[in-house]
Design a protein around this ligand. Structure first.
Ligand code: GLA
Ligand code: ZN
Length: 691
């Protein structure tokens, strides 16, 4: 892997000069310089322009624009244009077009519209990549390769069906093993020949009725996209071994297992398009997930909109200051760059009303341009001082795509059981208390953490249970929430009582799960624990719970709360099990947010885990560290002003030598954060007290 040290803090984004006459390019350069833009991503959608016919290549316009960009001192995130193939390719090779879940072969159009397993698509993608690498590999503006754009096409064509069979053979070896692992005795689905295996689609409804098959198809489709990426990345790495290679992850990331994808890129890059009503913690969680994809390595926010989107039902403007706040939020969680889609607004096409640095007026005299330029100047001043800086956390939340897919595919017990929402709920409680959190994969090394939360970890891979047992027996605190550990990696339920593989660690088994009706609640009666230390919350005596109620049969675990209502009133809904040197909690139901917050803060206190900094609830706090420096980010998400006593938060030496960014001033004793205000406190690592 190539170390991703950039000469600048990348600020810029998608630029489509192929949509504009060349005289506009010169104006663009002037405006980019004025806005502090230093990095441009191109030519993402220009394959048809570069290769108008199979044997015709026109790179001259690209040579000219890349030359101009370099003359103006900007860097390039050079994309292979392979996300949108030229029309001639689809005409000449209709078999490269994807077949949808209804069995329909698609026409040419749109983008990401090819069969990811198509040999002819990959053949042509390799040719254009080889040419791009050969022509621009030594270009002085080249900083980063960007392969295609937002992978995620699925296909159900015969090529994919054949490739799926090969994938299954490699995974299971024999038909007998496949029958067993997919439990194909159910509804008499046993197969006797590999040819009998067809992709799960709307043609057979196996996409709904056979979760094990669908799970494997999702894994297989992730691997198909990785195959497309590697087809090009291998060429780029051969020709330009010192240039990092990435691809951008769509913000709607359910489709592809990004933990599977992550080892293939040199740096994670993702597109951040929050819904206007998304709480800051949801965006924070996604950033932390991106940082977690490569074990804490910093990443790029490679797209975001400078003002509004076009594809929401209602495309709200970002109020003044929000763009800046969201940019700094990315940096606060581990981003090394802030980038936009797009530089200049298109005049035609579906995205013509999507936000851009340069709007349709074409001038610098707009609110959005002025805000972008102000941010550009600030980031220029900050420079690369925290590039690559890492975040150290004593708390981890496990995130697992298979559990996400598995719960979405599960028929029962409740349609309202949503994986991402559950992770968000438990993460939000920690985030709101200003704790630094790492989002980690299911098989992460947990030894560096004191508290691990496993929300709705529905599916366990081989070895997961043993890893969790090891973590707790060495002194860790583990919180496992309802409906975790229900199935193995092929979606088969473990027998002998739920959650089969975690029974021992949790000291219990669950007999049944009751799904509550919409709006229906039960009560959690707290303070039922035998010892004071075992009290779950912070003086709370009861709270609501809903969604699911697991009916727990403790074996070794101590009940810490009991249900207040229904035929199972009085039975445990929260348990605590001492295991080795540590403690494993089981939350059998879905408690109200206030409890989750109290409960996790109590666990942090017990484990001696301190918040990054004491701050008002609306002020988000994170910290990144690099060598001897640490950077504490303060982000005021409120519409009101907040003040913080910095002198009291840092030891005298760190306080007096610290700097306040982006203004590059000494640290003030009292920091005033206006609505949507941001501050970065740079201090010496050694001299900073823990909170
Ligand atoms: C995605 C794509 C971009 C653009 C934006 C618009 O992130 O990668 O090409 O379409 O959405 O929001
Ligand atoms: Zn296909």
């Amino acid at each position: 892997m190539v170390p991703t040290k950039f000469p600048v803090l990348p600020y810029g984004g998608d630029y489509n000069p192929d949509q504009w006459p060349e005289d506009i390019w010169h104006e663009d350069m002037r405006l980019f310089r004025e806005a502090g833009i230093n990095t441009l991503t191109l030519p993402v959608f220009a394959w048809a322009r570069i290769q108008p016919a199979p044997d015709v290549f026109d790179f001259e316009w690209l040579d000219r624009i890349l030359g101009l960009i370099h003359e103006n001192g900007l860097k390039v995130c050079l994309s292979t244009p392979t996300v949108a193939q030229p029309a001639w390719m689809a005409r000449m090779h209709p078999e490269m077009m994807p077949v949808d879940e209804h069995g329909r072969r698609r026409n040419h159009g749109k983008r990401v519209n090819f069969c990811p397993n198509s040999p002819i698509y990959r053949h042509h993608a390799a040719i254009i990549t080889e040419k791009m690498a050969g022509r621009y590999g030594d270009h002085p503006a080249l900083m980063l390769w960007h392969v295609a754009n937002e992978y995620g096409t699925w296909c159900f064509c015969d090529t994919c069906a054949a490739a799926f069979r090969e994938w299954l053979k490699a995974r299971y070896g024999t038909i007998e093993a496949l029958n067993r692992h997919w439990n194909l005795s159910f509804w008499g689905h046993l197969v006797s020949d590999w040819e009998d295996v067809v992709p799960p689609s709307e043609l057979n409804d196996d996409n709904k009725w056979y979760p094990a098959k669908m799970l494997d198809y999702q894994r297989f489709m992730t691997d198909a996209s990785i195959g497309c990426f590697e087809n090009e990345a291998a060429i780029l790495r051969r020709v330009t071994p010192n240039i990092p290679v990435t691809t951008n992850i769509s913000g709607l990331i359910h489709r592809l297992d990004q933990f599977r994808f992550a080892p293939h890129v040199d740096i994670i890059a993702w597109d951040n398009y929050p819904h206007p009503t998304d709480p800051p913690a949801k965006v924070a969680l996604k950033h932390d997930l991106m940082r977690g994809l490569r074990d804490g390595q910093s990443f790029l926010m490679i797209e975001s909109t400078p003002s509004q989107q076009n594809w929401q039902p209602y495309n709200v403007l970002k109020q003044p200051g929000l763009l800046r706040l969201l940019g700094y939020q990315a940096l606060a969680h581990g981003a090394d760059g802030v980038m936009y889609f797009q530089m200049r607004a298109s005049v035609g096409g579906v995205e013509k009303f999507h936000g851009a640095v340069i709007g349709h007026s074409g001038t610098a005299d707009t609110r959005v341009f002025r805000e972008c330029a102000a941010i550009g100047r600030e980031l220029e001043a900050i420079g690369v001082r925290f590039q690559g800086a890492r975040t150290s956390s004593r708390v981890a939340v496990i995130f697992d795509w298979d559990s996400w897919w598995g719960t979405a595919l599960s028929s029962g017990p409740s349609r309202d059981l949503e994986y991402f929402a559950q992770v968000q709920k438990w993460y939000t409680a920690l985030h709101g208390a200003h704790h630094s959190v790492d989002i980690v994969r299911h098989d992460a090394d947990l030894s560096g953490y004191d508290l691990v939360v496993a929300p709705l970890l529905y599916l366990l891979h081989p070895g997961d249970a043993a890893r969790l047992e090891m973590f707790v027996s060495c002194g860790g605190t583990l919180v496992v929430t309802t409906f975790s550990g229900m199935v193995d990696e092929n979606d088969n339920v473990g027998t002998g009582g739920y959650p089969a593989e975690l029974r021992h660690l949790l000291g219990l088994w669950v007999e049944e799960f009751d799904a509550l009706l919409p709006g229906q609640k039960n009560r959690m009666l707290l303070s039922q624990a035998r010892s004071v230390e075992a009290l779950p919350g912070n003086g709370m005596t009861a709270c609501d719970c809903g969604l699911l109620c697991g009916l727990v049969r403790p074996t070794d675990a101590e009940p810490a709360a009991r249900y207040g209502e229904g035929f199972y009133a009085g039975t445990p809904c929260l348990t605590r099990n001492e295991y080795g040197q540590g403690t494993a909690w089981y939350v059998a139901t879905d408690p109200e947010d206030a409890f989750v917050s109290e409960f996790l803060q109590a666990r942090c206190r017990e484990a001696g885990i301190l918040p990054v900094l004491e701050a008002p609830a609306a002020v988000e706090v994170t910290r990144r560290e690099t060598g001897d420096r640490q950077f504490t980010f303060l982000l005021n998400h409120a519409q009101t002003t907040h003040t913080l006593d910095l002198a009291a938060s840092f030891p005298p030496k760190a306080f007096t030598t610290g700097r306040l960014w982006p203004d590059n001033l000494p640290l003030p004793r009292t920091l005033t954060l206006p609505p949507l205000g941001v501050a970065i406190l740079e201090t010496e690592t050694d001299n900073v007290k823990e909170a």
